[in-house]
Write a protein that binds this ligand. Structure first.
Ligand code: PEP
Ligand code: MG
Length: 589
């Protein structure tokens, strides 16, 4: 099976299918000590459904068709059938899935078995199993989830390594799997810079997205190889194939260990240009990885991840402040750039919070109320976040970054909100430091009017993921148009070059924090375009640094200029680099 390679390396493990259910289903692990209580929770929900079905049956009007009573009997029988009841319990006990996850996993197993049946009557029973499971899920939803939920389940989940397979995984769900048992994942949908792919990269586990049929073809517990370099997924490999991939796995581990030695080396090019390598983080806990990887600061803290998986209760000012302060303290004096929430598009709020904020499904979410647009539509919440960020500035070097700015009115409203937040803190005698304010350049309109924008901001950071999406009108999360999502497009390169040029001409700081910054295929080009600051996942820092150490920026600037003038930039750039490699090897001889 083929898909888009989004996170490097090879993973080998047993498939765990996360079914996409019609009911919102949480997926998390429960502590081994709590599995008994989780089984009891499932049983309680089943008893509730049994009572519901019995009442329904007893209250059937006399004139009701007899099939209806028979159907309710079938549902009651299925509810207690060992294929559903015992097997679901088994997933909880052996894999420590929460009850909802265990039930959807088992329903999926049964649905496949029904699909393969010859007999039409039996095949149609699949719908009954799904209906019964859905009733139990609804009953579970009404019960309190057991606490604590375990998301950092490194130590359990069974003996074999596990890999995750799903139609789609929301970034919020991905976040729950961060630091968990999974060694890799595959999804049917998604693009290279979708937020699901981004979280996978931040987890540093091999991943393939856009594999179309994966969740339909793979079965629960199949052995899988996920090749995150080539975008290949092998199902139940032969021993020879398995051995080949195990060899590659060992090779890439050796390569990682080698790169790791560069961690604390200064990042300076051959011609003496210092290049700042910063980290992108999603949660305060990631700051530790950033430091370990040798980052000299956080260039992008995607604060919206604090707003996900909240069951409708969003973090208040104090909770946000604690989170920002934790990141600032962990970075021990290094700068932390906190981006205000970028909720919307492929990072929706959970259903309950969205309902509360009247932010339900938009027709075209990438063009809708997201990022700064959303913040400005919720002024009290926006000021709350700004106050929390300002308060964290008393504990270290903090910068604030505004996503998706495009309009002068948005800029003025943002500055006004910041001024008010400052005033509120002053009135309440709360300490804060002055912080720099930066704009993310993600919309062509902003990139094309830099002199206007730069009047209001201290620094800018180029969000290439969105800049490419909006320049080329390609949904970054849609695998159907992934082949057209092209960072090499002349329009994209020209916009980046212009933004760098005008920002440096204004004497201000410019960085790139989109996925291009951590992709070694673009390091030389970005240096050639004049960039000296790149922000990426901590796991990418070492390999980007290796490129920096070998770079000659004067030569790269000449190649970049020729590339900008070319009708086919990718070919021009690669041709120039190849010629240079040949020249260097012939002089070496
Ligand atoms: C970007 O758009 O490049 C960016 C860094 O922001 P995000 O990926 O969170 O949209
Ligand atoms: Mg963006």
């Amino acid at each position: 099976m083929f898909g888009l390679p989004v996170s490097r390396g090879v993973a080998i493990g047993r498939a765990v299918l996360v079914a996409s259910s019609r009911v919102d289903v949480a997926h998390y692990f429960v502590e081994p000590a709590h599995t008994g209580a989780e089984v009891a929770r499932l049983k309680h929900a089943r008893d509730t459904v049994a009572a519901e079905l019995t009442t329904l049956k007893n209250e059937l009007p006399a004139e009701a068709p007899t099939e209806l009573a028979a159907l309710l009997d079938v549902h009651l029988m299925l509810l207690h059938d060992p294929m559903l009841a015992d097997a679901t319990r088994h997933w909880i006990e052996t894999r420590h899935y929460n009850a909802e996850w265990a039930l959807t996993a088992q329903t999926e197993v049964l649905a496949r078995q029904f699909d393969e049946m010859e007999d039409d009557y039996l095949r149609e029973r699949k719908a009954d199993v799904e209906q019964v499971a859905e009733r139990v899920l609804r009953a579970l939803a009404k019960e309190e989830a057991l606490l604590p939920q375990v998301t950092h389940a490194r130590d359990f989940g069974g003996e074999d390594p596990l890999v995750l397979v799903a139609n789609d995984i929301a970034p919020a769900d991905m976040l729950q799997f961060k630091g968990s048992v999974f060694k890799g994942f595959v999804t049917d949908v998604g693009g290279r810079t979708s937020h699901t792919a981004i979280v996978a990269r931040s987890m540093d586990i091999p991943a393939v997205v856009g594999a179309r049929e994966a969740s339909r073809l793979v079965r629960q517990d199949d052995w899988l190889i996920i090749d995150g370099d080539a975008g290949v997924v092998v199902v139940n490999p032969t021993p020879i194939v398995l051995e080949e991939y195990r060899f590659r796995q060992r090779q890439s581990e050796l390569e990682r260990a080698r790169l790791n030695r560069l961690r604390h080396m200064p990042s300076v090019t051959l011609d003496g240009q210092a290049v700042e390598l910063l980290a992108n983080i999603e949660l305060p806990g990631d700051a530790v990885n950033a430091l370990e990887a040798g980052a000299v600061g956080v260039g992008l803290f995607r604060s919206e991840f604090l707003f996900m998986n909240r069951n409708g209760v969003l973090p208040d000012e104090d909770e946000q402040f604690e989170a920002y302060r934790a990141a600032v303290l962990a970075m021990a004096g290094l700068p932390v750039t906190i981006r205000t929430v970028d909720i919307g598009a492929d990072k929706p709020l959970d259903r309950m919070a969205a309902h509360e904020l009247r932010h339900e499904h938009a027709l075209n979410p990438a063009l809708g109320l997201r990022a700064i647009r959303w913040s400005l539509s919720e002024p009290a919440m926006f000021r709350q976040q700004l106050r929390a960020i300002l308060r964290a500035s008393a504990f270290g070097k903090v910068r604030v970054l505004i996503p998706m700015v495009a309009h002068r009115s948005e800029i003025l409203a943002t500055l006004d909100a910041l001024a008010r937040a400052r005033q509120q803190l002053r009135d309440a005698c709360v300490a804060f430091n002055d912080i720099e304010i930066g704009a993310m350049i993600e919309v062509p309109a902003a990139a094309m009017t830099m002199p206007l924008l730069l009047q209001h901001f201290d620094f800018v950071s180029i969000g290439t993921n969105d800049l490419i999406q909006y320049t080329l009108a390609i949904d970054r999360a849609d695998e159907a148009v992934a082949h057209l999502y092209d960072p090499w497009h002349p329009a994209v390169l020209r916009l980046i070059a212009d933004v760098v040029h005008s920002t440096l001409a204004a004497g201000k700081h410019v960085s790139v924090c989109g996925e291009m910054a951590g992709d070694t295929a673009f390091t030389d080009l970005l240096l050639g375009l004049g960039l000296r600051s790149l922000s990426m996942h901590p796991s990418q820092i070492a390999s980007v640094k290796q490129r920096v150490l070998r770079a000659d920026t004067a030569r790269l600037a000449r190649s970049a200029q020729a590339t900008l003038e070319s009708a086919d930039p990718a070919t021009t750039w690669l041709g120039l680099q190849e010629r240079q490699t040949q020249r260097s090897s012939s002089t070496a001889v």
